[in-house]
Ligand binder design. Structure first.
Ligand SMILES: [Cu+2]
Length: 280
């Protein structure tokens, strides 16, 4: 039994160090989130190893021998004091870095530009402010095939808003973005693993998350909250462009005032397409 415990301890550490299922290479400013996770791994890993090795030692050292009796000592103030202090220290060391990062996480920089992401079963749509730099007002009562994101037609600030419905979201490299999230039906969660930042999209409220993309590339956005039968297929793409490429993409997009009625994009998943057809 001691040998098995030692093998579990070292095997777990070796698996962790050699695992091919490590994080995706980071593509945002949130390196501090990785640091907090690594601190947690070190502390929990050390405690896990020490406890297993201590158990293995006790099993070997104090194993049954004829004529030997255990000493009964249920209370030890000194030991309790030590355990309480060390545990408190370990828990504080795991929580404190997270609090510091969270303080940054909930305070987007003033220069962050707004991008709206709308989640619904089972796809993502996006809205960017137009030349006025402001997103127009929205209301669920305005949602229709011609107005899929429910912009208020009477709000002039919304007329130049860029609507991306069915395409990829592009973001400029190195500029902070504040993502505003809405959901039309159930709770979803916008998650790009490389950005190390995610947030729930909740019907009836606007949630937000911010990050600065730090390298160009195409990243998969996945829904990270179980949201129905096609949750697994609720994927989008975020393309981080250098400034010129971003500008030319933005110039090709439709604004709310030029957004014409057109058929809704078909779900990517063949099984869902069939089920929807059967429902009709
Ligand atoms: Cu979802």
């Amino acid at each position: 039994m001691p040998l098995i415990l030692v093998l579990i301890a070292f095997g777990s550490v070796a698996f962790h160090l050699l695992s091919p299922w490590w994080w995706t290479p980071i593509a945002s400013n949130w390196g501090t989130i990785d640091v907090t996770l690594i601190i947690t791994f070190w502390i929990t890993g050390a405690v896990f190893t020490v406890i297993l090795l201590f158990m293995a030692y006790c099993l070997a050292r104090f194993r049954h021998r004829p004529g030997q009796r255990a000493a009964y000592e249920p209370e030890s103030r000194r030991l309790e004091g030590w355990l309480t202090a060390v545990t408190a220290l370990g828990v504080a060391a795991m929580l404190a870095p997270g609090l510091a990062v969270w303080a940054q996480f909930v305070r987007p920089p003033a220069e962050a530009s707004a991008v709206e992401i709308v989640a619904q079963q089972w796809r993502w749509s996006y809205r960017l402010p137009g030349a006025d730099g402001r997103l127009g007002a929205v209301g669920i009562e305005y949602v229709s095939d011609e107005n899929p994101l429910g912009l208020d037609p009477k709000d002039p600030a919304g007329r130049d808003d860029v609507i991306v419905d069915g395409g990829d979201l592009h973001l400029p490299l190195g500029r902070p973005v504040k993502v505003l999230l809405r959901a039309f039906d159930v709770v979803h969660n916008f998650y790009v693993p490389e950005f190390r930042a995610k947030m729930d999209a909740i019907p009836g409220m606007v949630t937000s998350v911010w990050f600065t993309p730090t390298r160009t590339g195409t990243f998969e956005a996945i829904c990270n909250e179980v949201c129905g039968v096609n949750h697994y297929a609720m994927r989008g793409r975020v393309v981080v462009d250098a400034e010129p490429a971003y500008r030319s993409w933005l110039d090709q997009q439709k604004t709310f005032s030029t957004f014409a009625a057109r058929p809704l994009p078909a779900p990517r998943d063949a099984g869902l397409r069939r089920r929807l057809a059967e429902d009709r």
